[in-house]
Design a binder for this molecule. Structure first.
Ligand code: C5P
Length: 200
């Protein structure tokens, strides 16, 4: 918004970090592109740190080709259209600042819809608060990815920022409901499934 204020969300980045760690554990060469996450970074990866959606898209494109790609980042859908160069001041008149937004590039959709050089397996996430399965199924088709890991991030689930996850894996062949388990267990199971498809 200005040099001291920004828009963020409640994601910790823990699920993405756990997936990278699980893939490293299976012997994959992993490039981990991370926004300003609070979760510990995975070990044994090539780490690329970014701050904005545009920077993340560039970093992703620079690091292709890849056999598989997982998009677990909670990328902001919108950014402030023109961030102020100096701190926006309260002038005592009671006038309120008005923020205008611009849409960020959709990294998952961009990569999923690549005509050439698309990763063989593209996995996206869907964080929803209602009609999880319907929204996530529609999202898979709209974005063009192969799998969507859908989770309910309503505050009462404690999933966003927490250590557990409760996911449904949606693919072309249907939806697979996984029991609630730790984020590392979700990551291990997802990585094992990716290895099956990508030939171990
Ligand atoms: O549309 P929504 O943000 O719910 O989609 C979630 C999925 O899309 C996640 O896999 C997320 O990493 C990805 N995404 C993206 N670029 C954006 C917004 C979301 O890659 N600008």
């Amino acid at each position: 918004i200005d040099p001291v204020r920004y828009i963020a969300d409640r994601s910790s980045g823990a699920q993405g970090s756990a997936i990278a760690q699980a893939l490293v554990g299976l012997g994959a060469r992993v490039t981990f592109i991370s926004g300003p996450a609070s979760a510990p970074m995975p070990e044994g990866v090539d780490l690329v740190r970014v701050e904005t959606a545009a920077e993340m898209l560039t970093a992703v494109q620079r690091n292709l080709p890849a056999d598989g790609a997982v998009f677990a980042a909670a990328v902001a859908d919108w950014r402030v259209a023109s961030a102020s160069d100096s701190k926006i001041k309260k002038d005592g008149s009671g006038a309120l600042p008005v923020l205008e937004f611009a849409e960020n590039p959709d990294i998952l959709a961009t990569v999923s819809q690549m005509k050439e050089g698309r990763p063989g397996l593209v996995v996206g996430f869907a964080a929803e608060t209602d009609h999880v399965l319907d929204h996530a199924t529609a999202k898979r088709l709209r974005k063009g990815c192969d799998w969507i890991v859908a989770n309910d991030v309503s505050p009462e689930t404690g999933i966003m920022g927490g250590s557990e996850n409760d996911v449904t894996l949606i693919s072309e062949t249907g939806a697979e409901d996984w029991p609630r388990m730790g984020k590392q267990a979700v990551a291990d199971r997802l990585a094992a499934k990716m290895a099956e498809v990508l030939g171990g």
